[in-house]
Design a protein. Structure first.
Length: 217
């Protein structure tokens, strides 16, 4: 359980480091430490999480950069993480529209990861897996509801089973900010209404996500 009790602020910082490396590849650990006001040891710990636990293709080649196999690209692209995941989930929901040829949608979804910069491709792959595999029925509903919340900029309520200990709140009301994989789980980062602060939630045990039309106390 200790590794699952992650601090939202640290993961926000880690994602800022990811975006900085993607935007300006080639920085050294010292340069990253100076920019983010960290020690080199702290930066190295964050880099280890990016490479090992988030499974992003981080390499140290004349500084740090994201690369794919046989690719020296730095990760330029027009999409950010939230836009990439929204596009995946919108396409997944579009498969319910019988007026759209299913085979063309499937073909598009297979090609989708290659449209993104190197640091987003593994996350797009994992989002596609989460919403498309036959065993992920409940997860599909959770991701679809989170996509809806992100699109609307709305608050969402996460529903956990009674007595579940993976969340400090039984039904947290969250304004979604980031949806990130860590090891084999997915986490949501966002402002929590009941606590008036940013928190991080493991989505493994979430049974449902609902959009809240009114902000509850």
């Amino acid at each position: 359980m200790e590794r699952k009790r992650l601090v939202a602020d640290r993961f926000r910082r880690i994602w800022h480091i990811v975006e900085d490396i993607a935007a300006t590849p080639g920085k050294s650990r010292r340069e990253l430490a100076d920019k983010f006001h960290l020690s080199e040891r702290q930066v190295q710990a964050d880099l280890n999480i990016i490479r090992t636990d988030m499974r992003l293709p981080l390499a140290r080649r004349q500084g740090y950069r994201f690369v794919r196999e046989n690719d020296e690209g730095g990760g330029e692209g027009c999409f950010d993480l939230r836009e990439a995941q929204l596009l995946v989930m919108i396409l997944r929901q579009s498969m319910r529209d019988r007026s759209i040829p299913a085979d063309r949608l499937q073909s598009l979804m297979r090609k989708l990861p290659a449209m993104f910069p190197a640091h987003l491709q593994p996350l797009v792959d994992r989002t596609l897996e989460a919403v498309s595999t036959p065993r992920s029925g409940q997860q599909q509903h959770v991701f679809a509801a989170l996509a809806d919340g992100l699109l609307r900029g709305a608050w969402v309520k996460l529903h956990y089973p009674p007595g579940d200990v993976s969340s400090p709140l039984a039904e947290p009301i969250v304004h979604p900010e980031l949806l990130l994989p860590y090891l084999d789980s997915w986490y949501l980062i966002g402002e929590v209404r009941q606590r008036s602060r940013t928190m991080m939630f493991n989505l493994d045990a979430v049974t449902a996500v609902t959009i809240t039309t009114t902000v509850e106390a």
